[in-house]
Design a protein around this ligand. Structure first.
Ligand SMILES: [Zn+2]
Ligand SMILES: [Zn+2]
Length: 217
């Protein structure tokens, strides 16, 4: 809660002294003095003596609704969107002292949607963690399985792998030999284009140089 600074008369709060002077006697035990202008340092502020703090807080609530452009008799402030909303726009609540939710229906729905989204994200994270765990376990089992294979099995695997690789290499080489002419023609074309570009750049360079030489100093 924020601290409020007060004007003092001697050791007593100035507004208390003023309220008691107007009342003609000391303030009742539970009474609270309210400043409608909410300026606790203003020594001449209009004051309202409230019977207790509950009534005092009610005044503040009503003032807030009024300041926000609402009607204090029919509207209440929403703690979410901070807008004055009709009291019928708040769900009833058995636990809150106001008897209704502090959020309007729209803000309530938004909050519920947010909660659902967070919950869904949590469940997804759990699912993913389970999936990763299962995958790692399966990989470890596969590794253990491989390590447990006899030496002749491993040799055979290696031989097959080498054989496959030879076959693939042979196929690639055959394809390259078949398409050699086309590939070479394309390469020649590219080289020629590069050379032509180079000549063009070079000629431009000469033009620039000639222009510089001819230019009067
Ligand atoms: Zn007050
Ligand atoms: Zn709201």
């Amino acid at each position: 809660m924020k601290r409020i600074k007060y004007a003092f008369i001697g050791s007593r709060k100035a507004h208390t002294v003023r309220a008691e002077k107007a009342l003609g006697h000391r303030l009742p035990q539970k009474a609270v003095v309210h400043h409608p202008d909410e300026d606790s340092l203003n020594p001449n502020a209009r004051l309202v003596i409230c019977q207790d703090n509950a009534h005092h807080l009610l005044l503040h609530v009503r003032a807030r609704v009024l300041r926000a452009g609402g009607n204090p008799n029919t509207d209440a402030m929403c703690g979410g969107c901070q807008m004055p909303k009709p009291i019928t726009d708040f769900a009833p609540s058995a636990t809150r002292s106001t008897g209704r939710s502090h959020l309007c229906h729209a803000c309530d729905a938004l909050k519920a949607a947010k909660r659902r989204r967070t919950q869904a994200m949590k469940i997804n994270a759990q699912r993913r963690a389970r999936w990763i765990k299962r995958r790692d376990e399966a990989n470890a089992a596969r590794r253990a399985d491989r390590a447990a294979r006899p030496e002749w099995y491993r040799q055979e695997s290696r031989r097959q792998f080498a054989n496959d690789r030879e076959n693939i290499t042979a196929r690639n080489q055959a394809w390259l030999a078949e398409h050699k002419d086309v590939i070479n023609a394309r390469r020649r074309e590219k080289r020629l284009q590069l050379a032509l570009d180079q000549v063009e750049i070079w000629e431009k360079g000469i033009d620039v140089l000639a222009a510089e030489l001819e230019a009067p100093n």
